[in-house]
Write a protein that binds this ligand. Structure first.
Ligand SMILES: Cc1cc2nc3c(=O)[nH]c(=O)nc-3n(C[C@H](O)[C@H](O)[C@H](O)COP(=O)(O)OP(=O)(O)OC[C@H]3O[C@@H](n4cnc5c(N)ncnc54)[C@H](O)[C@@H]3O)c2cc1C
Length: 310
């Protein structure tokens, strides 16, 4: 067990923001997890965990506690079932499914991060989400000091939500996915279609993906019927949701900059770290957007990105 001190976290995130962790460990071994958690408990250190760092804003001040980076990466296939360690990157998993002619995951192309982080936030794109293909999830329960396996139903998946997000004391260690047999040509065609769409609609650069969750049509109708009507007229409703980025764009906030953080011109849902942004710059920009959405449209925007170490 190699616990480091004063480890800088920024390079481990896609936003490139994050201060020094008082204690840090990157673990590649599931068996070690119990000892790590016990170490933190004995020392009465707060436990913070992350994986790919692609959906987080980490505090750039000193971070008290033990920060654990979950990096276990075994993968095995049994017919159309994949047993994935939680630290496997989504890209690694997609590459394996292509090799084995398995369909159902094409939509994850271009999403950085790991399957553990993906299950935590029930990632999705193009009217799909990971919940649709998860059979079960093995977790380490920090409170009860034990491993357990949850069925799909027990994960309480919802739009960008799960039991893991609600409790924050379950560390995902393994995910079993069920896919279907498909044709490699069709799989690759679909991947290219999704990738083309991403490349034309999303910016390059340092970001944590979409800052806010999309809004249900019902919610927007209830707080601002006129805005809901405009969304319907402009044919921008997907999966019964209105993109937060459409609202931010309508507010005229593309290119709005605070310090080194800027709203992307290409996709108003993305906040980019364009010039050594501080965590505070990103937070101020997020709060500014939320305030504008509330004042002008009576809309409450909710963050999709997670705050760590604050
Ligand atoms: C360019 C870009 C595009 C993106 N596109 C999409 C998209 O289309 N759709 C989408 O849904 N998301 C998207 N994202 C967001 C992000 O990539 C996904 O949410 C990703 O799955 C997060 O995984 P991660 O390993 O990076 O999680 P992290 O950023 O490391 O962590 C995110 C949260 O999950 C928790 N967590 C991480 N690992 C575990 C674990 N093993 N057990 C329990 N909790 C854990 C952390 O505590 C944290 O709260 C995008 C991000 C970027 C930068």
């Amino acid at each position: 067990m190699k616990i480091e001190k004063n480890k800088t976290l920024a390079p481990m995130t896609t936003l490139k923001i994050g201060g020094k962790a008082k204690f840090f460990i990157e673990t590649k071994n599931i068996e070690e997890l119990k000892d790590i958690i016990n170490w933190a408990k004995e020392k009465k250190e707060k436990i913070i965990f992350f994986s790919g760092g692609s959906n987080v804003l980490i505090n750039d001040k000193n971070i008290n506690g033990l920060v654990i980076k979950l990096s276990y990466t075994n993968l095995s296939i049994n017919n159309n079932e994949l047993d994935c360690d939680a630290g496997l990157s989504l890209t690694q998993i997609l590459t394996t499914t292509i090799k084995h002619n398995l369909t159902g995951l094409e939509w994850i192309i271009g999403i950085p991060g790991t399957i553990g982080g993906g299950v935590y936030g029930n990632i999705g794109a193009f009217n799909n989400d990971i919940a649709k293909i998860v059979k079960n999830v093995t977790v380490y329960n920090i409170k009860e000091n034990k491993f357990l396996t949850l069925s799909n139903k027990q994960c309480y998946f919802d739009y960008r939500d799960s039991i893991f997000k609600q409790t924050n004391n379950l560390i995902i260690v393994k995910v079993k996915l069920i896919l279907k047999k498909g044709s490699q040509i069709t799989i690759k065609k679909l991947i290219n279609k999704y990738l083309d769409y991403r490349n034309t609609t999303q910016p390059k650069g340092y970001s944590a993906g979409s800052t806010f969750k999309n809004l249900t049509l019902d919610y927007v109708k209830s707080v601002n019927p006129d805005l809901a009507f405009q969304a319907e007229k402009n044919n921008i409703i997907r999966d019964n949701k209105i993109a937060a980025s459409w609202i931010i764009d309508k507010l005229g906030l593309k290119n709005k900059q605070i310090g080194g953080a800027k709203i992307s011109e290409k996709h108003a849902g993305f906040i980019l770290n364009i010039n050594q942004a501080k965590a505070k710059d990103v937070i101020n920009l997020i709060n500014f957007i939320k305030q504008e959405a509330k004042t002008k449209y009576n809309i409450n925007l909710e963050e999709e990105i997670r705050y760590l170490g604050f």
